[in-house]
Design a protein around this ligand. Structure first.
Ligand SMILES: NC(=O)c1ccc[n+]([C@@H]2O[C@H](COP(=O)([O-])OP(=O)(O)OC[C@H]3O[C@@H](n4cnc5c(N)ncnc54)[C@H](O)[C@@H]3O)[C@@H](O)[C@H]2O)c1
Length: 461
């Protein structure tokens, strides 16, 4: 099938950037990104590209080029489903909060709602692409819903999980390590696979486009995230051991990363991983393994999450203990709220959990982040504790305006600007004794100590 019209349901961190690149690279294909969230669509359509709902380096340039030419953002979901030859489902798949699998399984209600809506509206044959991260065999469920609700048209289902990382999404989309497409092993299924291969081939070399069966594709996405998170938890677990033994985690990371069998990426210690995906996808993997009776497999992967929580908690405890022991002002400056640099996404950010731990001990927090808004900080804290003490949290637009009020600065996100601050100037104004908790090991330890700060990094002394 020659694809002329694409519809993507879900204009979030995946749908927006992914469709922008597909539209940019395929100017003859019309791409409509639809969402039921009217504010989000208005932001995607805003004249001022600074106001796009997703912050990603390079995104606004691509939107500027394609928007209005063959890239459109709309709330008219039914119209664009009806017109499309190919529909991407790129909606959220959070962890279930109620019912069977609560706390572990992926909640597929948004995906299922899309399938029902597609079935209801469609009058012509369509290829449905699962872009959302879903449990293995979800495509079977989608197929059932489509068939049950519409017998007049042919639907082919593909799995095409997205591997982009926030913060480097545009680069990841432009030169992906691989594009994965799973489809049915039937003539129609393979034709559908080829249609999607053709779209990606406009910029991705053929050898980087991998085609598999549907189940392998679905499971590969969950597994990729589990492996990545596992590396972070592995290095974070060793950061604590380094602190006990005098080894330096940065030296250990470098030494093991230079082993080509291991490789150097994802070996940077931190206050813990965040983001919308790692936790929920591992929980989902744990749930699937447990549902299949594989208790030991489930326990193995769950440990990745236990270490992540432990890392956040032990850093919180260090700050709390220091304030008590040294009788310091119970107020700190927290630098960074996003779960990592170069994104405005704060979902599951370690900063939220550390802040909550400190608030539970009545420690005041001044928060600064270059890309996150005050309302988001409030939303995140209310989510984890509806009754949190608002009077203890202060969102600040300029990080060092009240620096004389603190003894402690804690870095939560590895934003480049934090490295480049004039730390000497800050030292002259901050309360003494002064401490920097470097939750990302981004500062130059010797330089910071020489200025006079007490430096507390991770896995290094
Ligand atoms: N964020 C990432 O880094 C990332 C990377 C790879 C894969 N994924 C996966 O991609 C999927 C989407 O993630 P995201 O971060 O873009 O989520 P998101 O929450 O940013 O966006 C999802 C959007 O879908 C919309 N939506 C939900 N149901 C809808 C419906 N029935 N009709 C119209 N719009 C609807 C929501 O309003 C929301 O704007 C998830 O399954 C996620 O696991 C995310």
């Amino acid at each position: 099938m020659k694809i002329k019209n694409i519809c993507c349901i879900g204009a979030g961190y995946v749908g927006g950037p992914t469709m922008s690149i597909i539209a940019q690279k395929n100017p003859k294909i019309k791409v409509h990104v639809v969402d039921m969230n009217t504010n989000k669509i208005a932001a995607w359509n805003s004249e001022n590209l600074e106001n796009l709902p997703v912050y990603e380096p390079g995104l606004s340039k691509v939107v500027k080029e394609a928007r209005g030419r063959n890239l459109f953002f709309s709330t008219d979901v039914n119209k664009h489903i009806d017109e499309a030859d190919m529909i991407f489902i790129s909606v959220n798949t959070p962890t279930k909060t109620t019912g069977e699998g609560k706390g572990y399984a992926a909640d597929l209600k948004y995906v299922e709602a899309c399938a029902k809506q597609i079935a209801k509206v469609s009058k012509s044959n369509k290829i449905i692409v699962e872009k959302s991260t879903v449990p293995v065999r979800t495509s079977e469920k989608i197929k059932q819903i489509l068939r049950l609700n519409n017998t007049d048209v042919d639907f082919q289902i593909l799995s095409n999980p997205e591997f982009l990382a926030e913060g480097t999404a545009m680069r990841d989309l432009e030169i992906p390590d691989r594009v994965l497409i799973g489809g049915d092993d039937t003539i129609k299924g393979q034709k559908a696979v080829n249609s999607l291969v053709k779209i990606y081939s406009s910029w991705v070399p053929k050898e980087n486009i991998l085609t598999t069966n549907l189940w392998s594709s679905e499971l590969s996405k969950l597994t990729a995230n589990a492996f990545l998170a596992q590396r972070i938890s592995s290095i974070n677990s060793l950061s604590e051991l380094c602190e006990k033994t005098g080894a330096d985690i940065e030296e250990v990371s470098k030494a093991i990363g230079m082993d080509l069998r291991i490789g150097s990426s994802f070996l940077k210690t931190s206050v813990g991983f965040g983001g919308s995906c790692f936790q929920k996808d591992i929980l989902n993997l744990v749930y699937i393994a447990r549902s299949e009776g594989l208790e030991k497999v489930a326990n193995y992967w769950e440990q990745v999450l236990i270490i992540n929580e432990h890392q956040r908690d032990r850093i919180s405890k260090k700050i709390i203990d220091l304030i008590r022991k040294e009788k310091l002002e119970p107020k700190i400056l927290l630098l960074g709220w996003a779960f990592k640099k170069n994104t405005n996404d704060t979902r599951e950010s370690a900063a939220i959990y550390v802040t909550n731990n400190l608030l539970n001990k009545n420690i005041g927090i001044d928060v600064y982040d270059p890309k996150v808004k005050q309302s988001q900080v409030d939303f995140d804290l209310s989510n984890i504790n509806a009754d949190y003490d608002k009077s203890l949290v202060n969102f600040i637009e300029e990080p060092f305006l009240n620096v004389s009020e603190y003894n402690i600065i804690a870095i939560m996100t590895e934003w480049d600007e934090f490295k480049d601050y004039n730390w000497e100037k800050i030292y002259k104004k901050i309360n003494n004794p002064s401490y920097i908790f470097d939750g990302r090991n981004i500062l130059e330890i010797e330089k910071i100590k020489k200025i006079g700060f007490n430096y507390i990094g991770l896995g290094r002394n």
